[in-house]
Design a protein around this ligand. Structure first.
Ligand code: 4NP
Length: 161
């Protein structure tokens, strides 16, 4: 049997966008009958919120759509880049900040912007909702639901599923 596809979502604080991506993707993976075929984790380029649950506003917006976010924040590590098959970052700043963890530039091809996988939205980035209002969290979820469908297709192709 093929080993599971290991997916990592990365944002800045690991309390808003990437834990929400993890929750959306987990639900979709189960719905698509891919449980056990995909592992899903998330991390932040910053470590300020390490150990914390996702932001209460993000948890509430996600819960309203049926996603229960329970991950604990952690900072990305060099090993994350070895361990995962695909590392999806939310914005260009994440991309700049994760690159130094790839010390020998051997993982560049697996680090990609999440929005590459969106098809219903023309966005280049999933914007940081932390300092904005409620609408920002809804917009994040809209983008995540769109892109995660594309990520499922990508994984099916990669794994021959
Ligand atoms: P995230 O949002 O990167 O989507 O988790 C943020 C969370 C916290 C901060 C910034 C962005 N912060 O500055 O503390």
């Amino acid at each position: 049997m093929t080993e599971p596809f290991r997916l990592l979502f990365v944002c800045l604080g690991n309390i808003c966008r990437s834990p929400a991506a993890e929750g959306v993707m987990r639900t979709l993976v189960e719905r698509e009958g891919l449980a056990g075929r995909v592992t899903i984790r998330s991390a932040g380029t910053g470590g300020w919120h390490a150990g914390n649950l996702p932001d209460a506003r993000m948890r509430s917006a996600a819960q309203n759509r049926g996603y229960n976010l329970q991950s604990r924040a952690r900072q990305v590590t060099e090993n994350d880049l070895h361990e995962h098959h695909l590392v999806l970052v939310m914005d260009e700043q994440n991309l700049r900040e994760i690159r130094p963890y790839d010390r020998e530039s051997q993982h560049a091809a697996k680090i990609r912007l999440f929005c590459e996988f969106c098809s219903d939205h023309d966005a280049a980035e999933v914007p940081d909702p932390y300092y904005g209002g409620e609408q920002g969290f809804e917009h994040v979820l809209d983008l995540l639901e769109d892109g995660c469908r594309g990520v499922i297709e990508h994984i099916r192709q990669q794994q021959g599923l």
